[in-house]
Design a protein around this ligand. Structure first.
Ligand code: NAD
Length: 291
């Protein structure tokens, strides 16, 4: 399978990073979202992030210009039908993803590989509702995509070997490392990471520590580059809560129950960096803990 063009659905935090790395690796990219403002903001962000890579000597000015020229945007999801590989990176809600696949399917080439960047939704279930469960799999990037080395590749129960190898070849060409994960709730990284973040929120909720002392403890005491609450803000508290719910429902074990304080922050619309407030307030010069 010769993959030359990649369609990316959703131009949010992950979608713009995926378009960025795909274009730098030489793929033609078609990026889709619901409104023009989001697409324009994504292109601006990609250009800014590539500028940073140029300043750091990681990318040449010429390669940056060539990569930017390879990224096109569209508001018409069905335009992605001509791509060889689709990576769906829209909001983490199953009904949204389902609707995207339903709309796309009649427009896809028979050989097109369909993938989802979902952090937690069952690949087998998403695949079973398409016309190509054997050419469907999980293509799970880490945030921020241009920086993080790992991509989890998740086979659904029906995914065939050729599809897995084609996706693995794409990861290789990106210069990243693929980890193969079986299709169980939250796969590998989030299965381990999210319960730790959730436990950090319980630690805050029960008054064992403040935001600052919890983050400092894990940075200096466990050698983590970021504290768990800082990391939760970075990922998005809505995403963290959604993943905890998937673990809780999917594994039916109370050890995965989401902390009520996490739910409260999400209900307040304090979703972390993307809304400028979460466990820290980002509206000023330096982040200020909110508890
Ligand atoms: P985000 O909210 O930043 O972006 C989602 C984008 O999808 C938005 O721009 C939204 O307008 C768009 N969208 C929603 N419905 C759409 C539709 N019908 N058609 C086209 N676009 C649509 O979210 P994100 O953090 O980029 O997450 C996207 C996906 O990546 C989720 O499945 C999430 O689980 C996964 N993921 C997130 C992270 C992370 O750290 N944030 C890491 C790995 C994977």
């Amino acid at each position: 399978m010769d993959i030359r063009s990649v369609g990316v659905v959703g131009a949010g935090q992950m979608g713009n990073g995926i378009a960025h790395v795909m274009a730098l690796a030489g793929y033609e990219v078609l990026l889709n979202d619901l409104d023009k403002e989001t697409l324009d903001a994504a292109l601006e962000r990609i250009a800014r992030n590539m500028d940073r890579q140029v300043r750091g000597g990681k990318v040449s000015e010429q390669d940056k210009e060539a990569a930017l020229a390879r990224i096109k945007t569209t508001l018409e999801l069905t335009d992605l039908g001509r791509c060889d590989l689709i990576i769906e990176a829209a909001t983490e809600r199953e009904e949204i993803k389902q609707k995207i696949f339903d709309t796309l399917l009649p427009h896809l080439k028979p050989e097109t590989i369909l993938t989802s960047n979902t952090s937690s939704i069952s690949i087998t279930r998403l695949a079973s509702r398409t016309d190509r469960p054997e050419r469907f799999m999980g293509f799970h990037f880490m945030n921020p995509v241009p920086v993080m080395q790992l991509v989890e590749l998740i086979r659904g129960i029906a995914t065939d070997e050729a599809t897995f190898q084609a996706c693995k070849a794409v990861v290789d060409r990106l210069g990243k490392t693929a980890a193969s994960a079986e299709d169980f709730p939250a796969f590998i990284v989030n299965r381990i990471l999210m319960p730790m973040i959730n436990e950090a929120v319980y630690t805050l909720y029960e008054g064992v520590g403040s935001v600052q002392s919890i983050d400092q403890s894990m940075k200096l005491g466990a050698n983590h580059p970021m504290g768990p609450l800082e990391l939760a803000d970075f990922i998005g508290l809505d995403t963290c809560l959604a993943i905890m719910n998937v673990l809780h429902d999917g594994l039916a074990d109370t050890k995965y129950r989401p902390c009520p304080l996490l739910t409260k922050y999400v209900e307040a619309g304090w979703l972390g960096r993307k809304t400028k407030r979460g466990f820290y307030d980002y509206r000023g010069e330096t982040p200020v803990p909110t508890r």
